[in-house]
Every structure is written in C-alpha cells, then in structure tokens.
Design a protein around this ligand. Structure first.
Ligand SMILES: [Zn+2]
Length: 130
C-alpha cells in the first residue's frame, strides 16, 4: 500500500461523513459529494484519491486536516484548473477556504481498533513533485 493510499484511508477515518461497513469506508467526495467506497485493505481499488486542500505545490502538507477524500476526477480537475494559480489567487483562496471549512467541521479522531496502516510522517509539500 503506497503513501497516497495510506493517507486516503486516514483522511476517511478522520472524516465524520464516512461510515465503515463491510471493510470499506463509504462517504462523500469533498467536492461533488458523490459517494465513494474505499476498501480498508485495498484502497487502490477505489475511485477515491487523497486531496490536498492546500496544494502541495503551495507548501500544503500531509497533515490530516489538509487531507480529504475526493473522486479522482474532481481531484485532478482542481489540480488542472486551480492548483497552478498563485497562492493569493481569489478563486483558489475561495476554494481552499470552503474545503477547509468542510473538512474541519467533519473532523473526528480515527475510530479505535481499525486495522489502519501506520500514518506516514508529515512531509512538506515542496519536497515532492507530482
Ligand atoms: Zn467528486
């Protein structure tokens, strides 16, 4: 299981909009609210991807409050449309603020006793390039 898949599981585990049933998290894409299913033991089989609310390109980290589950399509759409903009671009700032508000309102501690993989240590975004 790669780093992005582990972060995706932790993003869902710490999001109160996600339920755990039959070995998978199910809950809404942070953008379009379409229902996502993320198998605990095989998150790579999901159409969900881990979204960095503040893009890594702008120094956004893997801190859990900066992560959310999103459709691959929504995630790459935001990347193409917005993430390359200047950090003070009004549209980018508005989207980041809205996503952050949603994420923080739904933040919870991860349920105990789940077979979650270890949470990778936080890295600064600029060290890695997509
Ligand atoms: Zn979506």
């Amino acid at each position: 299981m790669n780093r992005a898949q582990r972060l995706l599981l932790w993003a869902a585990a710490t999001d109160a909009a996600f339920d755990l049933a039959e070995e998978a998290f199910t809950g809404p894409c942070i953008h379009c609210r379409r229902k996502l299913a993320i198998p605990l033991r095989d998150p790579g089989a999901s159409t969900a991807t881990v979204e960095h609310i503040v893009p890594r390109h702008h120094g956004g980290t893997d801190d859990l409050r900066n992560l959310a589950a999103a459709c691959a399509r929504c995630n790459s759409g935001k990347g193409v449309r917005l993430d390359h903009r200047r950090r003070d671009d009004p549209t980018l700032e508005r989207v980041i603020a809205a996503l952050r508000e949603t994420r923080h309102a739904r933040f919870r501690d991860a349920p105990e006793g789940l077979p979650l993989p270890p949470l990778p240590p936080v890295e600064r975004g600029r060290k890695r390039r997509r």
